[in-house]
Design a protein around this ligand. Sequence first.
Ligand code: CAA
Length: 258
Amino acid sequence: AKTYETILVETHGRVGLVRLNRPQALNALNAQIIAELDAALDGFERHPAIGCVVITGSEKAFAAGADIKEMQSKTYPGTYLDDFITAWDRISQKRKPIIAAVAGFALGGGCELAMMCDFILAADTAKFGQPEIKLGVMPGAGGTQRLTRFVGKAKAMEMCLTGRMMDAAEAERAGLVSRVVPAAELVDEALKVAAQIAGMSLPIAMMTKESVNRSYETTLAEGIRFERRVFHAMFATQDQKEGMSAFVDKRKPGFTNS
Ligand code: CAA
């Protein structure tokens, strides 16, 4: 197995788990942790037995943002030439479902990383924010765009302009997170939900992810057309036959990803 310095990688049955692990910096996201996370996720993408992935941090912090100490001395030509932050986009382009399990701080790039996942399960201790403006910049990993789509303009604008944090209850009310669970149960609950997803047909789950994501990229009519094409294609799979036969026969389906 590959060894990483800034993340811990585990598999739990058909679920891949990545723990961000730079405790000394509250999981601040430097180039190394992003590269290692990307590599670990690619490993799970290639691993035929993995059906869903969970990304989590520590009790104190999912991630407290991009690494400010690494960014401090960057220059404009440097960020432009290196296309700073664009490497992060690869995390939003994975095809298997990814759940962010967030406890503690998810600030700046940490909030943006969580929003790149397919949904966010939050501990009751979670705190979300885009405090970049206090550092003389603005969100640079999708925050001005994704937060606005999750919570609407009013809250997104207020959060990006003031840097204030949102607690877990507000994040749930605003639609940023799917559910809030007690902190002590967060990772177990995320693994349970992930195992449930991993028990479905993998190609069907991947097509479902692709179809839901399409709604962010297109008009309603085009999105419906995309959905209909993919929905029809699902009737070419064994797993559709298996899923529907199992229902009719009153038994559990055994999906074969075919
Ligand atoms: N980058 C680098 N180091 C960080 C960090 C970050 N984003 N966040 C925390 N750390 C480090 C601290 O510097 C500190 O290190 P030292 O012990 O060496 O001083 C260590 O982690 C512990 O942090 P604190 O002592 O500050 O812990 P706290 O409990 O007092 O406060 C906090 C916690 C409120 C989250 C505070 O750490 C904080 O405000 N962090 C910065 C949050 C932030 O501004 N994030 C946005 C980053 S910019 C960005 O993300 C750009 C983008 O869009 C991609």
